[in-house]
Design a protein around this ligand. Structure first.
Ligand code: T1G
Length: 678
C-alpha cells in the first residue's frame, strides 16, 4: 500500500507532504511515513531545510481517533517528533485548515510555523476526555507561556492564525494561495541559523512571576469543567512544564494521558465524537441524494421560539421572512431579536456590522402571500394540532410547490399535520429547543411520507445553521421529551413518597446535569399552562400556583429565591406536598439517593430501548446525541444509552425490577445478549 506521505525536492528544501483524507489524521501509516521522511532529510547532504505540509482540506487534524483503545502500533508520535526537532536543519510547518491535537504538536515540534490567514490551531484533546499526548503540554508553554497556553490546553478551542501569531505560536502569516512557496522561502531564510527548539525554552515565566495564575484560571473555569477529569489534568500538565525539566514534564504528561485514556470519561467522549457525526447520516437515504436549495426561509410566529429559530438562519446569512398576526406582536418579536444580537455584540461575540447584516436579512410581514417564494417555511405557533393544521393548510395554498413545510412542534403528530396539506412528502418536523438560537439540538421528525431529498436537505441545513440534528420518528414527545416524561413521572412520584424535592434535584446535579426537574420548573415557570383558577387545586403544581409560587420570576416556586436568585428549599412547599401525599394516602418514607438516581434515570434508558425497538430513532447513539445537546446530560458519561452500557444493561434491568418499574423486552434482550444497544 502506498504511503500517505511523499517527499518532493525544491532545490535544497525537502517538502514532506501528507495525503491522508479526510483530515490527515496521524494514523500509523502517516507516522511511519513522517519518520522515514525525516530520516531521509537528515541523511541527505543536499537537503538544507524541510517543509512539512498536507494535501486536502487541512494540516494534520490530530491523532487517528479510530486507533484509540486498540493495541498501539509504532512508530509512536512523540518519538517521531523528537527526532524531527533534534534536526539541525530548519523544519517548518506549513499550516492550513485546522492544525489540531497531534497536528498542533507536529507543528510545535517543528522549529518554525507559518500559516495561511484562514488557518486555525488548537489542542482539543480535552473534548475527548484526554490531554495532548505528544508533548504539547510541555512545548506550548515554553513557546507562549502559561497564560496563553492554559485556555488552549484546558478549553480545547482552536484559535485563529492571527491570534496564534500574536502569542508566538505562529511565526509568519503567509499568502492564502501561496502556502508552499512562502513556506519554502521562509525555510531558506533560516538555513545556517541555529534552530530554535520549543522543548529547550523556559516555560511559564509568566506563571512564575504570577504563581496564583493557575488557581485563578482553574476558578474561572469551575462551572464549565465541573465533573470532567481532563481539564484538571491539563492544568497540572501545563503547570509541570514550569516546575519540572522537559523530560520529567513529558513523563508527567504521559502519566496523566495514560490514566485518562483508560478511564470511562474518555471512552464516553470519544463515543460522543463519532455519535454526533453519525447522527447526521440517514441509513436508508443515499449520501448523494440531491438536495433542495434553501435560499429563503419563512417563519410563522415571532414569539420566543419563532424569533430564536429565525436568528439561526439570519446568523448563517440566510434571509428570513417572519410572519405574525398583528403589528404589535411582529414589532415585539423583531425587537427581541435585535436586542439578543446587541447583547451578543456587547459580549464581543459579534460586531455591530454583523448585527446589522443579520437584521438586514429579516423581512417582517403580516401577509402569508410574502411567503410564496420561500424554499422552507417553519411554523412556530401555539402548540395545538388544530391551529397547526390550519396554518399548514394556508401555507400549502400560498407557498410555491417544492418548498418544504416544517413544524416546530415538540410532540404533536407530524403525520396528522402533513395530512392537512396536498404535499405530505414535503412536510417534516424541525423541533428546536428553547432558546432556539442557543441550544444546539434539532430533532428532525420524519413523517411517514417525508421525501428522502427533503430529509437530506434539512439534515444538511442543520449543519449550516450550527445545529446537531438527530432524526426521530413520529411518536408523542419524539425522542427527548418522550424520555423526559418518564423521568418527570418518577420525580413527582418520589416526592409524594417522602423524597424531598431538593434531594431529587441534588441527585441530578451530582450526576452532572445543569439542574434538576424542580429547579427547571421554577426556571421555566410553574404557571405555564395553568388554568388560573386558585380555587381549583388537583395537583402539587396547581397548589403552588394557587399561592402565587410561579417560579423564579415570582421570587418563589418550589424554592424561595433571594435577589441574586439563590434558591432555598421552602417549608411551605414541603407542607403542601405532605398534605397532598396524606390526601392520597401515601406513606412518607426515607428514600436513598441511590434509589432516587435509579428511579430517575433507569426508566429513561428503558424508554430509549423502546424508542429503538419501535424504530423511532436510527441508533442508540442518536439518543445520546439528543440528551447531551438538548437536556444537558453530562458529556463525560456519553449519554443515557452509552452510560447504561457502561454501568451494565443488566444492572439497569435489575434496578428497574427492584423498584417495580417496567422493563422493555428489547432492553431485557440486549442485557442478556451483548450488553450493548447498537
Ligand atoms: N481521527 C479520525 N477520524 C477523524 C478525526 C480524527 N482525529 N477527525 C475527523 N475525523 C473524521 C470524522 O469522523 C468524519 O468521518 C470525517 O473525518 C470528517 O470530519 C496525540 C491524542 C478536523 C475540525 O480532536 O474537530 O491528537 O463521518 O465531519 O466538520 O495529543 O473533524 O466522514 O466518516 O468533523 O469539516 C485531536 C477532531 C485528536 C480533531 C473537521 N484532534 N476532528 O471538521 O468534518 S486526539 C481532534 C475535528 C490527539 C494527540 C492527541 C473535525 C475537524 P466521516 P468532520 P468537519
Amino acid at each position: 500500500m502506498t504511503s500517505p506521505i511523499r517527499t518532493e525536492r525544491r532545490d535544497n528544501v525537502l517538502v514532506v507532504i501528507s495525503d491522508n483524507p479526510p483530515v490527515n489524521a496521524l494514523g500509523q501509516a502517516v507516522r511511519a511515513g513522517l519518520k522515514d521522511a525525516i530520516e531521509k532529510a537528515l541523511s541527505d547532504e543536499a537537503v538544507e531545510a524541510v517543509v512539512i505540509r498536507c494535501d486536502g482540506r487541512t494540516f494534520f487534524a490530530g491523532a487517528d481517533i479510530t486507533e484509540f483503545g486498540k493495541p498501539p502500533v509504532g512508530p509512536n508520535l512523540p518519538e517521531t517528533l523528537d527526532a524531527m526537532e533534534a534536526s539541525d536543519k530548519p523544519v517548518v510547518a506549513a499550516i492550513h485548515g485546522t492544525a489540531l491535537g497531534g497536528g498542533c504538536e507536529v507543528a510545535l515540534a517543528c522549529h518554525y510555523r507559518v500559516a495561511v490567514p484562514s488557518a486555525k490551531l488548537g489542542l482539543p484533546e480535552v473534548k475527548l476526555g484526554l490531554i495532548p499526548g505528544a508533548a504539547g503540554t510541555q512545548r506550548l508553554p515554553r513557546l507562549v507561556g502559561a497564560e496563553a497556553a492554559l485556555p488552549l490546553v484546558v478549553g480545547g478551542n482552536p484559535i485563529s492564525a492571527k491570534k496564534a501569531q500574536g502569542i508566538g505560536l505562529v511565526d509568519e502569516i503567509v499568502g492564502e494561495d501561496s502556502l508552499e512557496a512562502d513556506a519554502i522561502a521562509f525555510a531558506k531564510s533560516k538555513i545556517g541559523q541555529p534552530v530554535p527548539r520549543a522543548s529547550e525554552g523556559t516555560a511559564n515565566e509568566d506563571g512564575v512571576r504570577d504563581p496564583d495564575l493557575f488557581d485563578r484560571f482553574r476558578a474561572s473555569q469551575a462551572r464549565k469543567i465541573r465533573g470532567f477529569d481532563a481539564p484538571n489534568a491539563a492544568i497540572e500538565a501545563v503547570k509541570a512544564a514550569g516546575t519540572m525539566s522537559y523530560a520529567e514534564g513529558v513523563k508527567k504528561e504521559r502519566e496523566l494521558f495514560t490514566e485518562l485514556m483508560s478511564g470511562t470519561q474518555s471512552a464516553a467522549m470519544r463515543h460522543y465524537f463519532f455519535a454526533e457525526r453519525a447522527a447526521n447520516k440517514i441509513d436508508d437515504v443515499p449520501r448523494d441524494t440531491p438536495l433542495i436549495p434553501i435560499r429563503k426561509v419563512g417563519v410563522i410566529g415571532a414569539g420566543t421560539m419563532g424569533g430564536g429559530i429565525s436568528m439561526n438562519f439570519l446568523s448563517a446569512g440566510i434571509p428570513v421572512t417572519i410572519l405574525e398576526m398583528n403589528q404589535d406582536a411582529l414589532d415585539r418579536g423583531t425587537g427581541t431579536m435585535r436586542k439578543n444580537y446587541e447583547n451578543t455584540a456587547k459580549k464581543g461575540r459579534m460586531t455591530a456590522d454583523q448585527v446589522e447584516q443579520a437584521m438586514g436579512l429579516l423581512t417582517p410581514t403580516l401577509s402569508y402571500d410574502e411567503l410564496a417564494d420561500c424554499d422552507l417555511v417553519i411554523e412556530a405557533v401555539y402548540e395545538s394540532i388544530d391551529v397547526k393544521k390550519e396554518v399548514f393548510g394556508k401555507l400549502d395554498k400560498v407557498v410555491k410547490q417544492g418548498a418544504i413545510l416544517a413544524s416546530n412542534t415538540s410532540y404533536l403528530d407530524m403525520n396528522e399535520i402533513a395530512a392537512a396539506t396536498q404535499r405530505p412528502g414535503y412536510v417534516l418536523g424541525m423541533h428546536f429547543f428553547s432558546p432556539a438560537n442557543i441550544m444546539k439540538l434539532l430533532e428532525v421528525v420524519r413523517g411517514e411520507k417525508t421525501r428522502d431529498d427533503v430529509l437530506a436537505t434539512v439534515m444538511k441545513l442543520s449543519k449550516t445553521i450550527g445545529k446537531v440534528a438527530a432524526v426521530s420518528g413520529v411518536c408523542p414527545g419524539f425522542i427527548g421529551n418522550r424520555m423526559l416524561s418518564k423521568r418527570q413521572e418518577q420525580a413527582n412520584a418520589l416526592i409524594m413518597e417522602g423524597a424531598n424535592y431538593w434531594e431529587v434535584d441534588e441527585v441530578l446535579l451530582d450526576f452532572g446535569f445543569p439542574m434538576g426537574p424542580f429547579q427547571m420548573g421554577d426556571l421555566a415557570g410553574i404557571d405555564i399552562g395553568w388554568h388560573r383558577d386558585p380555587s381549583k387545586v388537583a395537583t402539587v403544581r396547581e397548589a403552588l400556583c394557587a399561592v402565587g409560587r410561579f417560579g423564579q420570576k415570582a421570587g418563589k416556586g418550589y424554592y424561595d429565591y433571594d435577589e441574586a436568585r439563590q434558591r432555598t428549599p421552602s417549608n411551605e412547599v414541603k407542607q403542601i406536598i405532605a398534605d397532598f401525599a396524606a390526601k392520597e394516602g401515601k406513606e412518607h418514607r426515607e428514600i436513598s439517593k441511590d434509589e432516587i438516581r435509579e428511579r430517575l434515570l433507569y426508566p429513561m434508558v428503558n424508554e430509549g430501548a423502546k424508542i429503538l425497538e419501535e424504530g423511532m430513532a436510527q441508533r442508540a447513539s442518536d439518543i445520546d446525541v439528543v440528551w447531551i445537546n438538548g437536556y444537558g446530560w453530562p458529556l463525560y458519561t456519553g449519554g443515557p444509552m452509552f452510560w447504561a452500557q457502561t454501568i451494565g444493561l443488566d444492572t439497569v434491568v435489575e434496578g428497574l425490577g427492584k423498584h417495580g418499574l417496567p422493563v422493555s423486552n428489547y432492553l431485557r434482550e440486549r442485557a442478556a445478549d451483548s450488553g450493548k444497544f447498537d
